[in-house]
Ligand binder design. Structure first.
Ligand code: AKG
Ligand code: FE2
Length: 373
């Protein structure tokens, strides 16, 4: 892969104990891991070289590690992330029945709770092996006219959730500002489409995937690209896998699903569909999925923490004007006029309409998603 030369060799990652999670079984040393660029937030603040590496990573894989240590914002995010992992564990202790009342799919909303086994994950019509809770930024920051009800526990921890939302968004804006510069867009173009004070689908998600029976392992979260702009992801156990795009796979070989090894002190950053549309395909939003954690880690319950930053609701997802770096549209191509809000609603709910569906109907739902095999 083209990125390989700029990442740490896997052996170096494994021997550095500050990058592993002391209370969890180790990530196995004998499986291949994805060669993500490993960037540093503190270096990004001052180093043009680091900034260029961020742009390269966004153009080839659309995924990179960001070391958050030795930076005031980064260290705060690490602490706030830890607090949210703890809140997540308590949230799921409420139980599936209690949480089910916060599933708002019937109202056309993907916010709130998604129950275990309630979305199709593959072409066979299999169902997922996780549950998650989407906490809408608009509800928690007081932007919604009619906020949804959320578990009282989340309101009790409202300050922690808001602090995390604010800081994760600061990090997103910093990343967008670097991309804005490299794309040669007029200053603040990207930031002005992602104001935290404007209504959007920004959300914090906490995912729980319990251990799976060894005799019946299946995809926990089906393959997808993220729908919005920038995703900030905290993982502790393996399970996340990416499928490299054909452009990064040696000629004659098939792309292979590859684990992304979680690194302590780091978040994983990935770009979503909106960035692809804004840049007419120059920036990448890579396909990923979650399966059972590898090796001994498979015995643990896996939690992960995600912050999705998405363009403001009314932003139309199409090529941005004002850059000479963004490739022009091909002659005769007319872009679809779809708002960020509509795009995300469609993508987030299309595989969740599974109640009382037969296997054949579930397979059809997958076929219609366009996700292929
Ligand atoms: O749990 C993870 O590591 C990834 C979750 C993810 O891809 C998502 O929620 O979109
Ligand atoms: Fe994702």
């Amino acid at each position: 892969m083209a990125t390989e030369t700029e990442t740490l060799p896997p052996t170096q990652l494994i021997t550095d104990h500050t990058l592993t999670f002391p209370d969890l079984p180790p990530f196995p040393t004998n499986i291949p891991t994805a060669p993500l660029h490993r960037l540093s937030l503190s270096a990004l603040r001052t180093s043009p070289v680091e900034s260029t590496r961020l742009f390269s990573a966004s153009k080839d894989l659309g995924f990179f590690y960001l070391d958050l240590r030795d930076d005031v914002l980064g260290e705060r995010l690490l602490r706030e992330g830890d607090a949210l992992f703890a809140i997540g564990e308590k949230l799921y202790e409420l139980g599936r029945e209690e949480l089910q009342q916060y599933d708002y799919k019937h109202l056309g909303s993907y916010m709130g709770y998604k129950g275990y086994g309630s979305a199709v994950v593959d072409e066979k019509g299999n169902l997922d092996r996780n549950e998650f809770y989407n906490m809408p930024k608009d509800d928690f920051l007081g932007l919604s006219q009619t906020p949804l009800a959320h578990p009282p526990l989340l309101y009790e921890h409202g300050d922690s959730i808001r602090a995390y939302m604010h800081d994760a968004h600061k990090l997103v804006l910093l990343i967008l500002t670097h991309l804005n510069t490299h794309l040669g867009l007029p200053p603040d173009t990207l930031a002005s489409l992602h104001r935290q004070t404007a209504k959007s689908g920004d959300q914090v998600r906490i995912v729980k995937s319990p251990p799976q029976p060894a005799s019946d392992m299946r995809t926990a979260l089906g393959k997808h690209t993220d729908y919005g702009s920038i995703t900030i992801l905290f993982n502790r156990l393996g399970g996340l896998q990416i499928l490299p795009p054909p452009s990064l796979v040696p000629a004659g070989q098939e792309p292979q699903w590859t684990y992304v090894k979680p690194l302590r002190g780091h978040c994983i950053v990935n770009l979503g569909d909106a960035m692809v549309k804004f840049t007419n395909g120059l920036l990448k939003s890579n396909i990923h999925r979650v399966i059972s954690p590898p090796g001994e880690q498979a015995r643990e319950t896996r939690y992960s923490l995600v912050y999705f930053a998405r363009p403001e609701d009314e932003v139309v997802l199409k090529r941005l004007e004002g850059s000479e770096v963004i490739p022009p549209l091909e002659e005769g191509v007319a872009e679809e006029q779809i708002s960020s809000k509509k795009w995300i609603e469609w993508k987030a709910l299309r595989l969740r309409k599974v109640e009382q569906l037969s296997e054949v109907e579930r397979k059809k739902l997958w076929d219609e998603s366009g996700l292929g095999i």
